[in-house]
Ligand binder design. Structure first.
Ligand code: FEO
Length: 394
C-alpha cells in the first residue's frame, strides 16, 4: 500500500497487523491491531513519530522508501515498549544521522531493552519544544499511560496530538480515521481495561493535563485516528472518573453443576431486583471481555468450586488478573461448592489486596445447593441490590 498523507506533509507509515491474536502473550486481540508510525516532513527537519513492532519493520521501511526519505532527523520515542520501539535499531541503521528524541527515563529503558548506544539520544523536558522549521513539536510527559516513561507530542501548528497508547485501540482497519464509533468504542474500552485501568488516577491527571490544548486530531499508536477527538476524550473521562454502575460481574467455574446452579440462581435473583449481571464461564471466556466488564461494575462475585482444598485454578487466574487491573469495584464475594473442606475463601480473598472492596458474606455449600442455600443466595442478591441503591449506582 502507498503511504497515505493525513495532513500536508504528515504521513501514516505504520503497520496494520490483521492476524495477530495475542499481545504480551496474554491479551486477546479478537480484531488484530496496528502499530501506527507517522512521518512529519518539516521545511528543515523531519521527524518519525514512533516505529512499529519488530515483526513488521519491513512495512515501515517500504513506506519510507516509497516516500523517498533520504534522511530522518528526529525519531520521537514516546514509549519504550517494543511494539513501538522495536524497529528503532533498524531505522537508526538505515538513517545513521537520526537522533532518538525521548525523555530521560525512556532513554534509560531504550538502552536497557534495545541496547541503543547512548550517543544516539536527545532528551527533552516536559513541555519542551523542537522545531522542524515551519512546524513545532511540543512534548508532554504523560507518566503511567501506561509505563512510567510515556510521553505525548503535540504538533502545535496543526493541532495534532500524537498519543502513543493513550486513546488507542487494538483494532486492525484499513480506515485511517474512526468511521464506526460503536466499534471503536468497544475496542478502545477493551484496550483501556487491559492497559490503562490500573493507572486510573494517572489517566485522570493526564486528561486534566491535555484539556487546554486545542486538538483537531488525535493520532494514537494503535487503531484508527480520531478526527473527532471529543468522542474518545469523553469516553476516557467516563471510564476514568465516573462512579461504578449497577452491575455485577460474575466469573465462575463449575465442575459438576453445583456451582453453576448457584450462579444461575443468583443471576436470576439479581436480575429480578434490577441489577445487571455479566456472567463469564472461565473455561471459555475471553479475558479481554472480562476485563472490559470490570471498568464500570460495582461488584464482583466469583463462582468457584473447591479443588484439592483450594479454589479452582482458573478462578485464581481470573481473580489475580482482576486484582492487577485495579478496577473501581466496591463490593466482592464468593459463592460455590465444596466436597469435604478446604481454604477456598481465604485463598481467593487474599488475592484481592488491590481491590478496595467490602467483602460480603461468602456462600460456600457442601455438595449440591439445598433450599437454605438458595435462600442465602436470595439474601445475597437483596444485599447487593440494596448496597448499590444506597450508593446511588444506576
Ligand atoms: Fe502499545 Fe505499551 O505499547
Amino acid at each position: 500500500m502507498e503511504p497515505r498523507e493525513i495532513k500536508r506533509d504528515i504521513y501514516f507509515v505504520g503497520a496494520v497487523d490483521w492476524d495477530r491474536r495475542l499481545f504480551d502473550s496474554l491479551i486477546p486481540l479478537p480484531d488484530g491491531t496496528s502499530y501506527n508510525s507517522y512521518l512529519i516532513i518539516g521545511r528543515e527537519k523531519s521527524a518519525l513519530i514512533d516505529t512499529v513492532d519488530p515483526t513488521m519493520t519491513q512495512v515501515l521501511i517500504n513506506y519510507l522508501d516509497a516516500l523517498k526519505v533520504k534522511d530522518i532527523d528526529y525519531l520521537i520515542a514516546h514509549h519504550a515498549e517494543q511494539d513501538h520501539s522495536g524497529s528503532i535499531p533498524v531505522i537508526l541503521e538505515k538513517y545513521p544521522k537520526a537522533k532518538v528524541v525521548c525523555n530521560p527515563r525512556c532513554k534509560g529503558m531504550l538502552i536497557d531493552l534495545l541496547l541503543i548506544p547512548e550517543d544516539k539520544f536527545i532528551t527533552v523536558e516536559d513541555k519542551g519544544t523542537l522545531s522542524l522549521g515551519d512546524r513545532t513539536l511540543e512534548f508532554i510527559y504523560a507518566p503511567w499511560v501506561h509505563w512510567p516513561e510515556t510521553m505525548l507530542t503535540y504538533l502545535i501548528e496543526e493541532k495534532v496530538l500524537f498519543t502513543c497508547d493513550f486513546f488507542g485501540s487494538h483494532l486492525a482497519t484499513s480506515n485511517l480515521f474512526v468511521t464506526d464509533e460503536e466499534q471503536v468504542y468497544e475496542s478502545a474500552k477493551r484496550y483501556y481495561a487491559e492497559i490503562m485501568m490500573p493507572f486510573r488516577t494517572n489517566i485522570q491527571k493526564n486528561l486534566e493535563k491535555i484539556k487546554d490544548y486545542p486538538i483537531e486530531l488525535i493520532a494514537p499508536s494503535h487503531g484508527p485516528m480520531h478526527n473527532k477527538p471529543e468522542f474518545i476524550i469523553k469516553a476516557y473521562h467516563s471510564w476514568a472518573f465516573d462512579e461504578p454502575k449497577n452491575i455485577v460481574v460474575l466469573p465462575y467455574i463449575s465442575m459438576h453443576g453445583s456451582t453453576r446452579n448457584m450462579v444461575t440462581y443468583l443471576v436470576g435473583a439479581l436480575a429480578q431486583r434490577g441489577v445487571m449481571v455479566k456472567q463469564f464461564d472461565l473455561t471459555v471466556t475471553d479475558l479481554g471481555k472480562l476485563a472490559m466488564s470490570l471498568v464500570d461494575a460495582a461488584t464482583i462475585v466469583v463462582g468457584v468450586p473447591t479443588v484439592l482444598a483450594g479454589p479452582h485454578p482458573n478462578t485464581v487466574h481470573a481473580v489475580f488478573l482482576a486484582n492487577a487491573l485495579r478496577p473501581n469495584l466496591k463490593f466482592a464475594t464468593i459463592i460455590g461448592s465444596y466436597g469435604w473442606g478446604g481454604k477456598t475463601v481465604e485463598t481467593l480473598t487474599a488475592l484481592m489486596p488491590n481491590l478496595k472492596v467490602e467483602i460480603l458474606d461468602p456462600i460456600l455449600v457442601k455438595g449440591y445447593p439445598r433450599e437454605a442455600d438458595f435462600q442465602a443466595l436470595e439474601n445475597l442478591a437483596e444485599t447487593i441490590a440494596r448496597k448499590h441503591k444506597e450508593q446511588g449506582y444506576s
